[in-house]
Design a protein around this ligand. Structure first.
Ligand SMILES: Nc1ncnc2c1ncn2[C@@H]1O[C@H](COP(=O)(O)OP(=O)(O)OP(=O)(O)O)[C@@H](O)[C@H]1O
Ligand SMILES: [Mg+2]
Length: 259
């Protein structure tokens, strides 16, 4: 199958509800023959719900430390509220969307990333068949980054919280997507001088991370971009709050291209 028309768009929780045009852009691109897949985060809403339940939020290298109580809220908010709101908005915009999580249809096989982070997983494998089938039927898959933990060759009943950036990168690689676009709340990656850079090589990305200029939530994005661009995917970080950002990002007219 020709996959040169597949676009993986990661919508950051930071831009959700910012009255951006991303969802309209996705519907418009689909009408033009692009096959979009959405992977979403939900950071701020998860933190809000955790706070309402009296559970503190803690991050390490941009990853949310996830104990059992945190995991319940993460699953409820990501796979429930955020995922269905996106599906509703795409539908209202004239698109046809299906919301699912990485736990559905064997989409992600995950393993615990690091015991110190709790129930945080890394995607060991993506079975992209379900996504390809949905796209074939003209649907936009909307993926919440939750997965089933596998031990050895067997699935467990344990759900894991997957960083949405890492998940988007893994999906883009598995689909051999043409584009991977991260829509977030900054115009792109800032360099040492505070200016947004247009293109960032792997070497410079490493140096900026080492120097602490790339930090927090930007780290998993840059790592995902580097992996995807090594696999032949055009990887861009752009400002999801900006009108038409997604349309411009795939034409290299905005944001930072990484790799
Ligand atoms: N060098 C850098 N250039 C630009 N932003 C950076 C840099 N280093 C760190 N950041 C931070 O990364 C943030 C974006 O990542 P963040 O995880 O907060 O958002 P998101 O991934 O879009 O949303 P979510 O995590 O909720 O899904 C920016 O708001 C900025 O504060
Ligand atoms: Mg983030």
């Amino acid at each position: 199958m020709d996959r040169s028309d597949i676009l993986v768009a990661k919508i950051g929780g930071s831009t959700l509800g910012a009255h951006d045009t991303t969802l309209e852009d996705i519907v418009a691109l689909q009408r033009r023959g692009v096959r979009p897949v959405v992977v979403h985060g939900g950071g701020p809403l998860i933190s809000e719900w955790l706070k309402a339940h009296g559970v503190p939020s803690r991050f390490e290298r941009g990853l949310r430390v996830t104990d059992a109580r945190t995991l319940d809220v993460v699953v409820a908010v990501l796979a429930g509220l955020v995922n269905k709101r996106l599906v509703a908005a795409l539908t209202a915009g004239g698109g046809r969307a299906v919301g699912l999580s990485g736990a559905d249809g064997g989409l992600f096989k995950a393993r615990v990333l690091d015991g110190k982070l709790g129930y945080v997983g890394e995607v060991a494998e993506v079975d992209a068949r379900l996504l390809l089938d949905l796209m074939e039927d003209g649907l936009v898959p909307v993926v919440a980054p939750i997965a089933v933990e596998w031990r050895g060759e067997a699935p467990t009943k344990q759900l894991l919280n997957i960083n949405a950036d890492t998940a988007a990168g893994a999906v883009a690689v598995a689909l051999a997507a043409r584009w991977l676009v991260f829509l977030t709340d900054v115009p792109g990656i800032r360099g040492e001088d505070g200016e947004t850079v247009t293109a960032l090589s792997s070497a410079r990305a490493g140096a900026l991370t080492e120097a602490g200029v790339i930090e927090g939530g930007m780290i998993p994005k840059v790592e995902a971009c580097l992996k995807a661009s090594a696999a032949g995917c055009r990887s861009v970080i752009a400002d999801g709050r900006k009108t038409g950002a997604l349309l411009e990002a795939i034409e290299d007219r905005t944001g930072t291209m990484v790799g």
